[in-house]
Ligand binder design. Structure first.
Ligand code: UD1
Length: 431
């Protein structure tokens, strides 16, 4: 297993290219199951989760071909993938694969819509709370599916196909909205989703589905309307830039001080987080090249945030913002409302000398003058990168173990940070 070693203290200065969004790439790849034609996705990030999903889709019969680099493309250019589900050879998604990544459960929707049946293992993924799938299954049932749970698998059937329905989500769910949009696109008749999730990745999936011939209105708003069609066709679509990756590096710059251009990042995708960063003392400017984040020598101000569905402050940046607040000149409160138990980074941040107290769903962070490097362990994807942020500002060396969590969601992290002057290296094959 690899480790990452960081010696803190350097200010970040330079350019960081922002990759395609993991959380958009995954549902877009899954949408290839909806058509026998080829779906081409550009700007695909190179991540462990993308590789795993290729295997899962391959198991269903999807032919996945990564296009070679064209002249002028660098290792920072996103890749292009051609996905062709000419024939679905297997409608079962096995435990061995699904248990490693929660989003792979979403294959249930296109398999069911196209084949009338799907058998998908109950999901796994990051250990951040119970993360049930009851709302995804409720939506599929409303669309006419019969759902049974057998030996840890969800067995969904719709012998006569799915039919449009009114679906009211009691809680906004990203996965529920993705799966309902995919299933309803091939259902007979009209579907209305109430209290749909409004995340940019929902809008990106809807845009791609529309290119494939789906009839979807309102994606990005609470009410989404879908008119089912008989079949969908191939399309070409570029994955939107990763707002969580951009927000993470913005927080790293705010932490160390410096001046970094986040190439390709878009402010409209992460305004709430940028507002919090500006209140903390960073400057953010937008140009057609991306976002430029700077912080000079001034102190980091304490800022309270509450995570909530888009457009509010994202739960996927909560751990990173907490790392920043460990160095604030005062007390900050961070409240997590999306996932219970998403505070596993707190005990690891304490190893750097951070002062953090938990009160229910709120972390109270009392800023300290200095963090000290320490051996720490990654616990989940976003938590692990918060340890990198703390390490970049800590005195001395930090080793982060279990970095496979980072590799799930951050493309070439150590190269991107090295390029901006950070002292960071991967120690391959270390226990
Ligand atoms: C997606 C993102 C994840 C992000 C999360 C919230 C991907 C691949 N993952 O996860 O990075 O942190 O959105 O922005 O895009 N819930 C239920 N029942 C369900 C489904 C969800 O109770 O059937 C609850 C969850 O436990 C959670 C809340 O709804 O409390 C939101 O979860 P959801 O939006 O579904 O998250 P994911 O789609 O799993």
């Amino acid at each position: 297993m690899d480790k990452i070693r960081i010696v803190g203290g350097n200010r970040l200065k330079g350019i960081i290219p922002i990759s395609g969004a993991k959380n958009a790439a995954l549902p877009l790849m899954i949408a290839s199951l909806l058509t026998k034609d080829t779906l081409t996705l550009e700007n695909l990030p190179q991540l462990a989760d993308v590789g795993l999903l290729q295997r899962i889709l391959g198991n269903h019969g999807v032919d996945c071909a990564i296009a070679g680099k064209r002249p002028g493309e660098t290792s920072d250019s996103g890749r292009t993938i051609h996905l062709t589900a000419g024939e679905i050879v297997d409608t079962t998604a096995p435990y061995e694969l699904v248990s490693r990544m929660r989003a792979s459960f979403w294959v249930i929707a296109p398999l069911l819509a196209r084949m009338g049946e799907a058998k998908v293992s109950l999901p796994g993924g990051c250990a951040i709370g119970t993360r049930p799938v009851d709302l995804l299954l409720m939506a599929l049932e409303k669309l006419g599916a019969r759902i049974e749970i057998e030996n840890g698998y969800v067995v969904a059937t719709a012998a006569k196909g799915l039919r449009g329905a009114e679906i009211e989500f009691p809680k906004a769910t990203v996965g529920g909205t993705h799966t309902a949009m995919m299933a309803a696109s091939l259902a007979h008749g009209h579907t209305v989703l109430h209290n749909a999730a409004r995340e940019p990745e929902i809008v990106d999936l809807a845009a791609c589905l529309v290119k494939m011939g789906a009839r979807i209105k309102g994606a990005g708003q609470s009410v989404v309307e879908i008119e089912g069609v008989g079949s969908l066709a191939g399309a070409r679509h570029a994955v939107l830039p990763d707002r969580i990756e951009a927000g993470t590096y913005a927080m790293a710059v705010a932490m160390t001080g410096g001046d970094v251009l986040l190439q390709g990042a878009r402010a409209d995708l992460l305004q709430a987080a940028l507002d919090a960063l500006q209140r903390a003392g960073a400057h953010v400017g937008e140009s057609n090249e991306g976002l430029r984040v700077t912080r000079d020598g001034g102190a980091i101000a304490p800022v309270d945030v509450v995570t909530a569905p888009f457009p509010a402050f994202p739960t996927d940046l909560q751990a990173q913002f907490m790392a920043l607040m460990t160095r604030a000149n005062g007390v900050a409160r961070i409240t997590e409302t999306i996932f219970e138990n998403r505070f596993m980074h707190v005990q690891e941040l304490a190893r750097f000398g951070a002062h953090i107290r938990l009160e229910g769903d709120t972390a109270i962070i009392e800023g300290v003058d200095r963090l000290e490097g320490a051996p720490v362990m990654a616990t989940d994807l976003r938590a692990s990168v918060s340890l990198v942020i703390a390490a970049l500002a800590a005195r001395g060396a930090t080793t982060v173990s279990r970095v496979y969590h980072l590799d799930r969601g951050f493309e070439r992290l150590e190269h991107k940070l090295q390029g901006c002057g950070a002292e960071i290296e991967r120690l391959s094959g270390q226990e």
